[in-house]
Design a protein around this ligand. Structure first.
Ligand code: ADP
Ligand code: MG
Length: 283
């Protein structure tokens, strides 16, 4: 499913003195079936950009093409519900939006308006729970009484239940402990590899981004600075320095091994793979 930004700008309060340009002349193609990482400092326009993909915001200039739909100042889409089933967004702290008394109700809520038969609805809810690593014993539990990590999983399941082709996560690691973060890495890899989803992730956590992304998009102050293959940007100390991106720990380690000891490590996403390289080298 194609997602393409064609000279897109977005200005908040465009017609008032409070006017604020959040994005400027963005040209961008989201990589299908890949994990696209959207990075940049706070206020650079990341959350604005993702809201343009499912028409929560409409460009003030240019067009966003999503599948067959064009979204722009003069081209509104016909079926907004269909679009929002294709592109699911997991917003920051999604669990803060919980309002149902059971996990089941929380996950199925968005589906109720679509007239599914009860057994199909139940199966979808159950499948979505399974995808995030929770079993049916959670169905009747109170979502407010779950751990942080479990709440985040339920919130993600409430998006996956629509079976969207594209899944967007806005700062999904904030407030998660180490194990929950590891689970999230696994979940995102599964969404890409097993279910062939397109994933877009906004995160400040450069180690997390390095672990899971394929493609990196860097924004600064509303401008698109660079896009490219993960290894060309995040595993390249010169590029990192040039674009003022913090160095992922694993890259820092490999770089140091090369600089101080002349040991050349391969590019690795995962510390465990890097460890294997070290063992091999030590032998
Ligand atoms: P990021 O997600 O990268 O932190 P945002 O997309 O949220 O950045 O914001 C981009 C810019 O737009 C910021 O300067 C922010 O203050 C401004 N902005 C965001 N939301 C609004 C809004 N509802 N009204 C006015 N300005 C906004
Ligand atoms: Mg944001």
């Amino acid at each position: 499913m194609e997602i393409k930004f064609d000279d897109v700008s977005y200005t908040y309060n465009a017609k008032t003195p409070l006017k604020k340009v959040a994005l400027r002349d963005i040209n961008l193609v989201i990589q299908e079936g890949k994990v696209n990482a959207l990075i940049g400092t706070s206020g650079s326009g990341k959350t604005t950009l993702i809201q343009l993909i499912n028409s929560l915001l409409v460009p003030t200039k240019g067009k966003v093409k999503v599948d067959e739909d064009l979204i722009g100042p003069k081209s509104r889409i016909k079926n907004i519900n269909a679009l929002r089933r294709k592109v699911g967004i997991v917003f920051q702290f999604p669990e803060e939006q919980f309002f149902n008394l059971t996990v089941k109700k929380e996950i199925e809520f968005g589906l109720l308006s679509f007239n599914y038969r009860t057994n199909e609805l139940d199966k979808r809810v159950s499948d979505a729970l399974k995808m995030v690593g929770l079993d049916d014993s959670y169905l009747e539990r109170d979502p407010f009484k779950l751990s942080n990590g479990e709440q985040r999983k339920v919130a993600i399941a409430s998006i996956l239940v629509f079976n969207p082709k594209v899944i967007v996560f806005d700062e999904p690691t904030i407030g998660l402990d180490y194990d929950s973060k590891k689970n999230l890495v696994k979940l995102i890899r599964m969404l890409k590899n097993r279910y062939n989803k397109t994933v877009i992730i906004i995160s400040h956590d450069i180690d997390f981004i390095h672990a899971i992304s394929d493609y990196v998009i860097l924004l600064d102050n509303g401008n698109l600075i660079i896009t490219g293959n993960k290894y060309d940007i995040l595993a390249n100390p010169e590029a990192l320095k040039h674009y003022n991106i913090p160095m992922p720990k694993i890259v820092e380690f490999s770089y140091k091994a090369l600089k101080d000891k002349g040991i050349k490590m391969g590019y690795r996403d995962d510390v465990n793979d890097l460890l294997k390289d070290i063992y091999r080298y030590a032998k």
